[in-house]
Write a protein that binds this ligand. Structure first.
Ligand SMILES: [Zn+2]
Length: 389
């Protein structure tokens, strides 16, 4: 049982007043700062140490939002560790400006390596930080522990296409047989740093923008990640990532998508998420126009539901070939019709939505008291930031 876990979804204009975190309350807190289709995930350990995974886009908007969450919501005075998953501007772009706004301790990144497709440039390499180190598969961040709390760790499972090795007694992952490779990805996404946060039995996976074929290599033939509780939807919900083999291996209970209005939430990726075994809830930072009404989650699960008022809700076309879809396969194994295969899944999703919506309920109970639904041990609270309207 994990006592003291907090998860916060940020809105574009800030969070609701959520109180202090870290050593003042002895909790582990994770914040998804809204950087509009980029990444900035802030972890504050029970001992009050902070780890920021990615720093959003260049300019002041994203660094300012990160600082606001870090100082006003989490009560931090510095970022102890910054992990840059890869050298794309929606991940490293805000780092240099951020360093002028709040002190940064150790930067962990891929350094300069052979075949590096993108160079983040002088301002990235030279911004002020206490230390810089190249991160490798198998590295563990050295984190302070709080005596009264369960142990907390952050482990690099892979980076630059190198992944940790499974122990010899690990069985082969059954989901691997369903892998359908995609074209080789020569971008820096494929070099993303993959991290696993553990807090007692709680496990959170952040794969940056790791792409399809590398996701397969991470969990096949042996799943070196294991199951997780929370999955940060890889690559903002693009369908060049989120291989169903990965989702079937990790079996997350909750997924959180750091998408933008027109970035991420692609129908094929949403289909994989909805089909993931054991997934109870998918939360996202913005309503995705790419999802349309066919694939969107209920507004209750969207931190920023209305960015651009649309005259009508688009119904997304059913694009892409069908992925390995356990829900559909189990329910309609004999059916050859794609649409017929979708129907049972859709009704499963709808009944889940009805259950939640039934609670007029949900809106009132989610922010205040501990919902029964997540995580299953009932000890943690999910609070949602105020919406931008
Ligand atoms: Zn990205």
């Amino acid at each position: 049982m994990v006592k003291g876990l907090g998860i916060w979804l940020a809105t574009g204009l800030g969070l609701a007043s959520l109180g202090w975190t870290g050593e003042k309350d002895g909790r582990l807190d994770i914040y998804w700062v809204d950087v509009e289709g980029g990444a900035a995930t802030l972890i504050v350990t029970p001992a009050g140490e902070s780890v920021l995974i990615d720093a959003g886009n260049p300019g002041y908007r994203d660094p300012n939002r990160i600082v606001q969450v870090a100082t006003k919501e989490a009560g931090l005075r510095r970022i102890d560790h910054l992990i840059t998953t890869h050298y794309h501007r929606d991940h490293f772009g805000g780092a240099a400006t951020l360093a002028t706004l709040i002190p940064i301790g150790t930067v962990h990144d891929n350094g300069v390596f052979d075949g590096m497709p993108d160079d983040p440039g002088k301002s990235y390499w030279e911004f002020a930080a206490q230390a810089r180190r190249v991160i490798h598969a198998g590295d563990k961040l050295s984190l302070r522990q709080r005596v009264e709390s369960p142990p907390v760790s952050i482990h690099c499972l892979g980076t630059r296409k190198q992944f940790i090795k499974a122990s010899p007694d690990t069985a082969n992952c059954e989901a691997c047989a369903a892998h359908r490779p995609k074209d080789r990805d020569g971008s820096d996404n494929a070099n993303s740093v993959v991290t696993l946060l553990e807090f007692g039995p709680f496990r959170f996976y952040d794969g940056g923008d790791l792409t399809w074929n590398q996701e397969f290599r991470l969990v096949c033939p042996k799943n070196v990640v294991g199951r997780v509780d929370v999955y940060q939807v890889t690559h903002h919900g693009l369908d060049s990532s989120n291989n169903p083999v990965l989702l079937n291996a990790l079996q997350p209970q909750v997924a959180i998508m750091n998408n933008g209005t027109r970035k991420g939430g692609q129908p094929a990726a949403m289909q994989v998420l909805y089909s993931a075994p054991g997934l109870e809830d998918l939360w996202q930072l913005h309503f995705s126009q790419l999802s349309g009404q066919e694939y969107t989650v209920p507004g209750l699960f969207i931190a920023n539901p209305v960015d651009e008022v649309q005259t009508s809700m688009p119904i997304a076309p059913l694009t892409g070939r069908r992925r390995d879809n356990r829900c559909c396969r189990n329910l309609t194994a004999q059916s050859a019709s794609w649409l017929a295969q979708q129907a049972p899944c859709r009704s499963a999703v709808e009944s889940r939505c009805e259950r939640l919506a039934a609670a007029d309920g949900c809106r009132r109970t989610l922010p205040g008291s501990c919902p029964r639904r997540w995580p299953s041990n009932g000890k943690a609270c999910w609070r949602r930031g105020s919406s931008v309207q």
